[in-house]
Design a protein around this ligand. Structure first.
Ligand SMILES: Cc1ncc(COP(=O)(O)O)c(C=O)c1O
Length: 470
């Protein structure tokens, strides 16, 4: 037997001929594609339990026939000329992938950190270190579905230090990013006695379909200059709410101290649950970060965060820090749905956190993003003076209101034409409120340096002028 599925009838003899016939069939049927590298004669002989000479004979025969090629240093491969006899099945139509769209010269779409700043060398070093040092069972067997204990311990310290959270490792469940954390929590709400989940209006249009897919009734609650309107929340009758207190998405409002107090008071009064989406809270520029709500009332608030904005979204590494009963349910959810998060990356993050690398990287990125924010705000002031810029104090995006009457879609289209990708805010509002909301753009500035941001703002200014004429 071998991985190549070459059946051998030992009683029938002529083993080399049988092997050659097996390969011919596999190549003709397309099962072995042109270019496929074959095992060395030694390895295949071992797999098939035949002498090496038998395989060498079969390979030589197939090379002579043109089915295989052999080159020094490149091993034996299925020949390019060995086309399968069977026609290729028609390819499924490709969905229109974002990747096939030409990459914009200036990408100001929100939600993306500067992936070019990812600390590749340090991450590689962390991976190497854990591969060298962590015992096999801890690193490579099925992980604890709540997450690697060492990562949860590091995160509890980090969240206390950086976000003023009150979290023990036992309250943390490792999730595949904030998105996964929120989806899982929304699915667990009915078992916790909730029939509805309130969420902000406007809200993340990327997150919204994920929450809708969970089946829980969603109640949209207006956001004003102080953040979530808690009186309006009260009127919905929902006892669970999803909020972005550190930097409301997309408006960028920081929940005011008064509203924070009101929200906690509401949760205590209705025996409610606050889900705190802390998606970009590490980035606060003009004064100390506002501590998370979870630290104020750990019994009523679930803190959900990730490394997506601080390191890279591709890692899909995040956490939910929940009151103990809900934490147990989240762990059970991972156990019942996917058996937990990839272990190697969890250990690498724990290593990176424990060595202080994560905190250092954050400090570097805070400085870099702050300079970029300043450059974009300044350039918008110059090139789009009629706009009102919100949400500057934190995060990695701005909410830019355009004068009433401006055609938001026309601005987005004109900007795209000029090579600047921007996102309109309309999709973030509920249908009921979208018409009344001023036209606006949500601009992510993390990925462009100051000079490129200034150039993008100049091009955007021209697009806004076109959109105003609309
Ligand atoms: C408000 C908000 N929440 C959650 C997410 C998802 O983050 P994650 O990559 O951690 O799933 C995003 C992504 O942009 C976001 O904008």
């Amino acid at each position: 037997m071998s991985d190549l599925h070459l059946p051998l009838d030992r009683a029938a003899g002529r083993l080399a001929a049988q092997i050659a016939a097996g390969f011919r069939g596999a190549v003709r049927s397309g099962r072995l594609a042109a270019g496929t590298r074959l095992p060395s004669s030694r390895d295949l002989a071992r797999d098939l339990e035949v002498s090496r000479g038998v395989v060498v004979t079969a390979y030589e025969q197939l090379i002579a026939e043109g089915f295989l090629t052999a080159r020094r240093g490149d091993g034996t491969r299925v020949a390019e000329l060995a086309r399968p006899e069977r026609p290729e099945p028609p390819a499924a139509p490709e969905p229109a992938p974002a990747a096939s769209v030409a990459k914009p010269a200036y990408d100001l779409r929100p939600g993306h950190p500067d992936v070019a700043s990812f600390p590749r060398e340090r991450w590689a070093a962390a991976l190497r270190a854990v591969l060298r040092t962590v015992p096999h069972e801890d690193l490579l067997d099925y992980p604890d579905p709540a997450g690697a204990p060492t990562l949860r311990a590091e995160l509890a310290g980090y969240l206390g230090r950086v976000r003023a959270a009150a979290v023990t490792p036992g309250q943390i469940t490792i999730m595949n990013g904030v998105a996964h954390g929120l989806s899982a929590l929304a699915r667990l709400l009915p078992a916790e006695g909730h029939t509805a989940l309130a969420l902000e209006d406007p809200t993340s249009d990327r997150q919204l379909p994920m929450l809708e897919a969970t089946g829980i009734r969603l109640e949209r609650v207006r956001v004003d200059a102080e953040g979530l309107d808690v009186a309006a929340l009260r009127r919905t009758g929902a006892r669970a709410v999803l909020v972005t207190p550190a930097h409301q998405y997309p408006t960028g409002v920081v929940l005011s101290p008064g509203r924070r107090a009101e929200l906690i008071a509401w949760a205590r009064e209705v025996d409610g649950l606050v889900i705190e989406d802390d998606y970009d809270a590490e980035f606060r520029y003009d004064r100390d970060p506002v501590g998370c709500l979870q630290g104020v009332d750990p019994e009523r608030v679930v803190l959900v965060g990730s490394v997506s904005k601080a390191l890279a979204p591709a890692l899909r590494l995040g956490w939910a820090a929940a009151p103990p009963r809900l934490a147990a349910r989240l762990r059970e959810h991972r156990l019942n749905t996917d058996l937990g998060a990839p272990s190697l990356e969890q250990h690498a993050l724990a290593h990176y956190l424990s060595g202080g690398g994560y905190d250092r990287h954050l400090r570097t990125m805070r400085r870099r993003y702050r300079a970029r924010r300043d450059a974009l705000v300044e350039a918008l002031r110059e090139h789009v003076p009629e706009a009102t810029v919100h949400g500057v104090s934190a995060g990695i995006h701005l909410y830019v209101e355009l004068p009433r009457g401006t055609d938001e879609a026309a601005v987005v289209a004109a900007a795209a034409e000029a090579g600047v990708a921007v996102t309109g805010a309309t999709a973030t509002w509920s249908t009921g409120r979208a018409a009344a909301a001023p036209p606006a753009l949500v601009l992510g500035y993390a990925g462009l340096n100051e000079a490129r941001l200034a150039r993008a703002a100049a091009l955007l200014g021209a697009a806004v002028t076109l959109g105003a004429r609309g």
